[in-house]
Every structure is written in structure tokens, then in C-alpha cells.
Design a protein around this ligand. Structure first.
Ligand code: GLP
Length: 241
């Protein structure tokens, strides 16, 4: 794993935005895998600010987000889709048809997961998958467990994960859906390159386990050690606690 150290979130976000924008300019039909959460907010702010006008050719870019809450769709303000619209998609010239997203309101969630895998394959696979990490070491909604799902699936959320997501639900973790749809570990590991972001003290243990620990399904991010092109971008707090 290639570990890149930054003083703080702002420096990390600026460096990653530079990489993403350079990748888009080098290959305008880039397929991006995108995360939600607090960690990528700085990245999306930088991308918004640096994409003004027609400065960046977003028109051929395709995106696939990692996950979505079951029961929530684009019109729900708490949905990850709404988060992405507000933070990025509404501010850059990406065509709506190029935005891949899991629909938590689909009548058959298993069929929706299969549709998503087909859509990613039809786009030629993901070129650059950007990931946050939960304090438990989860990525997407692949929670620590004895067994993990390979492909996009319906996931049961741990209470700690619902707590971590409570901010979008008026601070009440009980309002956070109990289930979500998420790319699986093989979906993520199929990306041609992966960048894992970690900022803040609460991520230190998860980061250590990810880069130095044994590979274990009890720390899903540790499976990233199996991939040959992973960059871990950390700020000082996430690295040293
Ligand atoms: C959620 C998301 C993950 C995200 C994680 C960390 O559970 N499903 O994709 O990486 O939280 O979020 P944050 O960046 O807010 O710490």
C-alpha cells in the first residue's frame, strides 16, 4: 500500500482533488467510484470550486456511489443521493444519465443490487474508487463480520454505524434505516485503482489495522491489502491519534 501523509484534511482534500481532475483531463471517460460521509466533504468542495464554468470536462465522466440507505431515494433529503447532488453533482457538468446510484426505494432490493453490478460492468468497470472508512474498519456498508458479501448486496447496519450516520437524521440514530445497499468487497476490489481516505483521531485504530494488521473480515478495509494499486491518504490525527 502506498501511504500518503498530510498535515490536515484541507491538504489531503486538495491533493486528492488534483489527482481526480488530472485523471479526468487525461481520460475524460473516467469511471469514478465515490463515497459519502464527512471525510470526502473537502474533496467535493475542492472539485466544485475548481470545476467552475467549463474548466473541467465532466461531460463523459461516469460515477457509481458506494452505498445507499434502504427505503430512501433521490427525493429524500437524508439519502446519500441527495448528499451527492448537494455536494457535487449539482455543481459540475456531469450528465444525470452518467450518475450511477443504488435506489433504496426499488421494489426488489436484491434485483436492484444485481442491476447495479451490471451497470458497473457495462461502464467498463471502475477506474478510480475513492473510499472513506468507518471507525470499525467498515468500507461502504461492509461491516465487520465472520463472512462478507462479494458483490453489491443488502446490508444490516450495526448500531455504531447507525450512530455515526445519525447526523443526517436529526441526530437520532433510531431514525437511521436498519438496512442499506452497498457495493461488496469484490465490487470494490475490482476497481483498477483505490484511494482510501482517513482523517481524525477516531480513525487511527482502523487505519493501523488496515495497513499493518492481518487480513480479516473483522476489519473489512484490511482486505484492501489484496489489491496492488491502493493509496491510503491520511492526516496527522488519523495516523498518530
Ligand atoms: C458510512 C458510509 C461509509 C463511510 C463511513 C465513514 O457508514 N457508509 O461509506 O466511509 O460512514 O464516514 P465518515 O467519513 O463520516 O467518517
Amino acid at each position: 500500500m502506498n501511504i500518503q501523509h498530510f498535515d490536515d484534511d484541507a491538504a489531503l482534500s486538495a491533493a486528492l482533488a488534483t489527482r481526480v481532475l488530472e485523471d479526468i483531463v487525461a481520460g475524460p471517460s473516467l469511471v469514478l467510484g465515490l463515497p459519502t460521509g464527512r471525510t470526502p466533504l473537502g474533496l467535493y468542495r475542492e472539485l466544485r470550486e475548481r470545476s467552475g464554468g467549463d474548466r473541467v470536462p465532466w461531460s463523459q465522466v461516469r460515477t457509481f456511489n458506494l452505498d445507499e440507505f434502504a427505503g430512501l431515494g433521490a427525493s429524500d433529503p437524508q439519502s446519500y443521493r441527495a448528499f451527492m447532488q448537494a455536494e457535487l453533482f449539482d455543481h459540475v457538468s456531469i450528465p444525470p444519465a452518467h450518475i450511477g446510484f443504488l435506489d433504496g426505494t426499488a421494489p426488489n432490493l436484491e434485483a436492484e443490487c444485481r442491476r447495479y453490478e451490471r451497470a458497473i460492468a457495462a461502464a467498463g468497470g471502475i477506474d478510480l474508487q475513492i473510499l472513506g472508512i468507518g471507525a470499525s474498519g467498515h468500507i461502504g456498508f461492509n461491516e465487520p463480520a465472520e463472512r462478507l458479501c462479494a458483490r453489491t448486496h443488502v446490508a444490516e447496519l450495526e448500531q455504531a454505524t447507525r450512530l455515526a450516520n445519525a447526523q443526517r437524521f436529526g441526530g437520532d440514530w433510531r431514525k437511521v434505516p436498519e438496512r442499506a445497499l452497498s457495493m461488496g468487497m469484490a465490487t470494490i476490489l475490482s476497481a483498477r485503482a483505490i484511494v482510501l481516505l482517513a482523517t481524525g483521531r477516531e480513525k487511527t485504530d482502523a487505519v493501523r489495522g488496515t495497513v499493518e494488521g492481518m487480513i480479516t473480515t473483522q476489519l473489512p478495509a484490511s482486505l484492501l491489502q489484496l489489491h496492488s494499486r491502493v493509496t491510503v491518504m491520511v492526516d496527522r490525527e488519523a495516523w498518530s491519534g
